[in-house]
Design a protein around this ligand. Structure first.
Ligand SMILES: Cc1ncc(COP(=O)(O)O)c(C=O)c1O
Length: 451
């Protein structure tokens, strides 16, 4: 038995890098996926043993059992949920980030990497129109980003108030992502549900009405959460009037743009997001529509002094941490962290921000072409004009089972992944476009098979 893990087995290193190289270039089958846990457990049964099975055998498990039971999210015909479209530069650089073994929680251990992450956050903050002192951290996903922002918002409200409300509350529309409800449960706060317009968009007027109708709950509201790209229908709330309301009532405005806020990289879309610049915090997930690998959420605060006050951790063994320096651990629910913003930084540096704007515009123009095709079709009906790149449509007639069967058969044949959703109690079809390589003509050919 060897005492140590080193020296490294060079052949094994090459094999793993070789596998990654092929996968980055060739992509993977997007339609494959889950298998019964008992089958997978049986196939992997001998993998972990006192003696070890050796890297070559472990890699065989990876290639033969593990990978075929996963779905590659970056395929151009994967249009389900929120897909991904990581660039080759970002994927490759993820290998380098792991290899560098950087602890990105504190400036002392990660200064160079944190500076590059902060440069990336600055790009996003500037697109949003936030002030120069804005900042934040990269966290694992929108769920942790939203929770961290809401914890900071409540902390800020508690510091401002002389008396505590009977119950704290978040105000949001029913279209918000399930992670907002989840955050409320974790924080033990209520949600003041605000009506949306016919398609679910929240406005300042609707907030006014909800506050007037529920004065008890309203008294404890410490944050309003607005959508830029709600997950199910892709809608964007009426940000300008929501920001007016928050300004008048001195309430923290958090923007959940986990999916849709990437579109602010397009100057055309940014011009339509008036009010965003008045928010107190936002999240956007680069693993969704900013062409980065999992897992990555950019969390940005207008005033990071407040987030640091809410999130900094103190302990004897952390006494030597330089609190004057920028420590990402101070701005979210985490301490040790990988510098997960770096694959995005590398990709942005490699291709340039114009390329990003162009790739986002491409997904938006694909969306418009598909919408036109659905409108022109005699067997499909568009449910609403997309605000961004989510398309809801129905195929009139047919049972729910038939819709699900069509979706499963189309996936099983390796053609496309288009999964139904429920919206306003109706099972209908939904597609989300984030990949600049998705071709509208191919998508429309697939939709023809619904006739
Ligand atoms: C609008 C929105 N917010 C939050 C989330 C949660 O993000 P994550 O899955 O990265 O935690 C999602 C995920 O789809 C989302 O679409």
């Amino acid at each position: 038995m060897t005492e140590h893990f080193f020296p490294a087995d060079e052949l094994l290193l090459y094999s793993v890098i070789d596998w990654s190289y092929d996968r980055i270039l060739a992509g993977g089958n997007p339609m494959t996926g889950a298998r019964p846990a008992s089958d997978l457990e049986a196939e992997l049964a001998n993998a972990i043993s006192p003696e070890g099975i050796g890297g070559r055998a472990a890699l065989e498990h990876w290639a033969d059992t593990i990978i075929p039971a996963t779905r590659a999210m970056g395929d151009p015909m994967n249009l389900a949920y929120i897909p991904a479209a990581p660039t080759a530069a970002a994927l490759t650089f993820d290998l380098a980030v792991s290899s560098a073994q950087i602890m990105g929680g504190h400036w002392e251990t990660g200064a160079g990497a944190i500076a590059a992450e902060n440069q990336t956050l600055r790009w996003l903050a500037e697109l949003a129109g936030f002030p120069a002192e804005a900042g934040g951290a990269f966290v694992s996903g929108g769920t942790v980003g939203n929770l961290s922002a809401l914890v900071a918002a409540r902390h800020a409200a508690a510091q401002k108030r002389d008396t505590r409300p009977a119950r704290w509350a978040i105000a949001a529309s029913r279209a918000v992502h399930s992670s907002i409800d989840n955050a409320a449960r974790i924080m033990d706060v209520d949600v003041l549900w605000v009506d949306g317009d016919a398609e679910g968009r929240m406005s300042g007027e609707a907030l006014e009405a909800a506050f007037a109708a529920h004065p008890g709950l309203a008294d404890g509201v410490f944050a309003v959460v607005a959508n830029v790209g709600a997950t199910n229908a892709g809608i964007v709330d009426h940000l300008d009037s929501v920001a007016d309301f928050c300004g008048r009532n001195d309430v923290w405005l958090h923007i959940d743009g986990a999916y849709g806020l990437a579109a602010m990289a397009s100057a055309r879309v940014r011009a339509q997001l008036t009010g965003l610049e008045r928010a107190d915090s936002f999240v956007v997930d680069p693993h969704k529509w900013l062409f980065a690998p999992y897992d990555c959420c950019a969390l940005v605060y207008r005033d990071p002094v407040q987030s640091a006050s809410a999130h900094s951790q103190h302990a004897g063994y952390l006494e030597q941490v330089d609190r004057e320096a920028w420590n990402p651990s101070d701005h979210a629910i985490h301490l040790s962290r990988r510098v997960r913003g770096l694959p995005l930084w590398f990709s942005l540096a490699t291709y340039g921000t114009d390329h990003y704007a162009g790739a986002i515009e491409k997904a938006l123009s694909t969306t418009r072409e598909v919408v036109e095709g659905i409108r022109a079709s005699d067997h499909l009906e568009l449910v609403m004009e997309p605000d961004l790149s989510v398309v809801l449509f129905r195929r009139p007639g047919g049972s729910e089972e038939q819709k699900t069967e069509w979706s499963e058969a189309t996936a099983d044949q390796g053609i496309a992944l288009i999964v139904p959703t429920r919206w306003h109690d109706e099972l209908m079809f939904r597609m989300c476009f984030v990949n600049p390589r998705t071709r509208s003509d191919r998508v429309l050919l697939v939709l023809d098979t619904m006739a």
